[in-house]
Design a protein around this ligand. Sequence first.
Ligand SMILES: [Zn+2]
Length: 425
Amino acid sequence: MNKKSKYLFLGLILFFTVFTVIGEVSATCNIIVITDPSGTDPNGVAAGSMSFAKNMFQSSFLMSKNQQFAVLSGGEGNSSDRVKAIGECVAALQNGASPSDAASVASSFNGIRLVVGGPNIGAAIGGSFDAYVVEEQDDGTITITGYSTTSGGLAVLPAGHKGAIIHLRNSEGNPLSGTADSVRYQTAVNMAKMIRDGYPATRILGEAMREVATDSGEQYGGGGVNLVSRVSTGDMFTPTAMNDTGYPMSENYTKTCPTCGWSVGFPEAENYQVCPIDGSQLKTTNACDALINAITVTSNTTSVSTYGSDRAGLSSTTEAIVQASVNKYGYNPDKIAGSINKGIHNGLLMGVNYVEPKDISVKENSHAVGVYYEPLADGRTSPPWNLPINSFILTIIGTIQTAIGIVLVLLVVFRSRLLENFQQR
Ligand SMILES: [Zn+2]
């Protein structure tokens, strides 16, 4: 066993151990949509997971940024089996397995499901599922085929074809139990229509999640990924603590100021009608539109990178401020620096020093802006690292992330504690 595999092995053992204590994990809606099988359209392949159940962390909608595949998971089996299945599935994909082979891994575990896919490789669902495969045939017709299996099954959307796979079951305790069969079918039909009408995969994913959340009650994020542009909703909608549900995707998510980028999440947003900084009318965005916005890349989207501080919330707030500044003033480093400094002054951005135009790197042609922060020295606004794991293990986790090139995002569980500590101050 070489050094890299040893770290990987140690890391996976740790990963299993941590997830074993989480208890029941059950993603009951998994969707993958492919509207451009060639991978050219930046929004042409998207995937996401949701559930009525708890613990819908990012492990339920993984994406490999290096190899451009998604692994969605769920099922009624126990969570350590689910994590083992994910580990084996990812390992198979790393070794060049097809989506069918990788999704078939789920069949060796009781009650576990895996959905695998990406640009150029098609998609497949394996294990325990109730699913429809939407597929554009060679003659241009779109077929919708149902598949059902309690274990050991496989359904495939072949490479080179536009289409989608949707799995949906009702979780135990969901007050809308009994709706899954009809909602699964209706959502598949509506996805087929949107594929026919030329909508991009990211939009179709968001609309499908909206329909599932509203009509079947399997509504807690979860989240979604854009496989072509390699963007994820990250922890936008995932639970902030273990044994908790994520954000209800049928509800409003934020109010945002179009002028300065100030934003506030619900339920606090109920208290604001206009921007407290400049009085502008706030724009309300519901959760599925927030998901679509987060993973859809448009010509107006500015890609913002934040350097110098990894404080929770800093990069997303910076992104909103920079986007608002660019919309208003264009790609002007002086104006962007001014907007950021106003944000720091107003307390939107905390724990960093004021920036100068030289700290702003602007690449107008690629719509990219880099912001170089200098963290405040006194550490007053930095959350403490009183994690239940030591730094040696953190290094191992970092190593697995590098080694297998996938954002396993184990740390999200711990980061939520940091965030809570910070918010309690
Ligand atoms: Zn404002």
